[in-house]
Design a protein around this ligand. Structure first.
Ligand code: ADP
Ligand code: MG
Ligand code: MG
Length: 247
């Protein structure tokens, strides 16, 4: 589903990704772990097409098409979802307005009919219930005054509504207490575990992987994948640290 080959990318002329190769087949969850500053978030931004991140070499195929050739909104319409380490606040726009607009613009790009107000509201309430988020929160402005855990749940509600084929989740577990971690982990499984879907889970810690078991764990260091293993690699990392495992 996702095939990254020898990817090099820079910010402000500084090389951050330096020959990164990675394949994630449909039906699998892969985790990326790595020390601070390794380039994990940069990879997520490059996949999303964020301005300022320049790809200088390599390729990314998404379901056989050239992802890097697509505009960010085209990537989203093709089924790519990005969950960010630091969700943005949008004062003046309610969650419901934001989510309905996001969903219907993606549907439009795929030549699908927009959902009616009633259909959309039912979908949003179902997904809020799945993530144990008070549906009243959907009426509030996007992320404004939300706790860290509420922002992450709201982001997973967004993922549930958009129903992507591929999700890149950047430190979705950061700032979550143990109960919220379970809810978010269960949500990821409910929304994304399917033979037609795949997930790239970027995380510092092994604990989310107890709920969302990956097929493979990759270690990113110095802008490339240096080691790949099974779930046990995450346990080893937790116990021994990056220095010992990625050397
Ligand atoms: P990670 O998510 O693995 O902690 P990042 O991808 O955020 O790492 O950052 C990788 C490297 O890129 C770091 O050295 C960071 O300082 C650098 N970097 C990130 N964003 C910028 C930027 N806008 N300008 C210059 N350097 C940046
Ligand atoms: Mg970081
Ligand atoms: Mg990061």
């Amino acid at each position: 589903m996702l095939k990254i080959d020898n990817l090099h990318a820079e910010i402000d002329g500084k090389t951050i990704l330096n020959g990164l190769s990675l394949e994630v087949p449909a039906g699998e969850v892969h985790a990326i772990m790595g020390p601070n500053g390794a380039g994990k978030s940069t990879l997520a931004y490059v996949l999303g097409g964020r301005p300022g991140y320049e790809v200088t070499q390599g390729s990314v195929e998404f379901n056989g098409i050239d992802l890097l050739d697509m505009e960010p909104h085209e990537r989203a319409a093709a089924g790519l979802f990005l969950g960010f380490q630091y969700p943005v606040e949008i004062p003046g726009v309610s969650n419901l307005q934001f989510l309905r607009e996001a969903l219907n613009s993606q549907r439009k790009a795929r030549a699908e009919e927009p959902l009616t107000g009633g259909e959309f509201l039912k979908l949003a309430k179902d997904k809020a219930a799945l993530l144990k988020l008070d549906p009243e929160m959907l009426k509030r402005h996007v992320n404004v005054g939300f706790s860290g855990g509420e922002k992450k749940r709201a982001e997973m509600v967004q993922m549930g509504i958009l129903d992507p084929r591929f999700a890149v989740l950047d430190e979705t577990d950061s700032g979550l207490d143990i109960d919220a971690l379970r809810v978010v982990g269960d949500g990821i499984n409910a929304i994304m575990r399917s033979p037609e879907k795949a997930v790239l889970l970027i995380t510092h810690y092994q604990r989310l992987l107890d709920y969302v078991t990956p097929a493979k764990v990759h270690i990113l260091a110095g802008g490339r994948i240096v080691t790949t293993g099974g779930p046990e690699l995450a346990q080893k990392l937790e116990a021994e640290g990056y220095e010992a495992v990625a050397a």
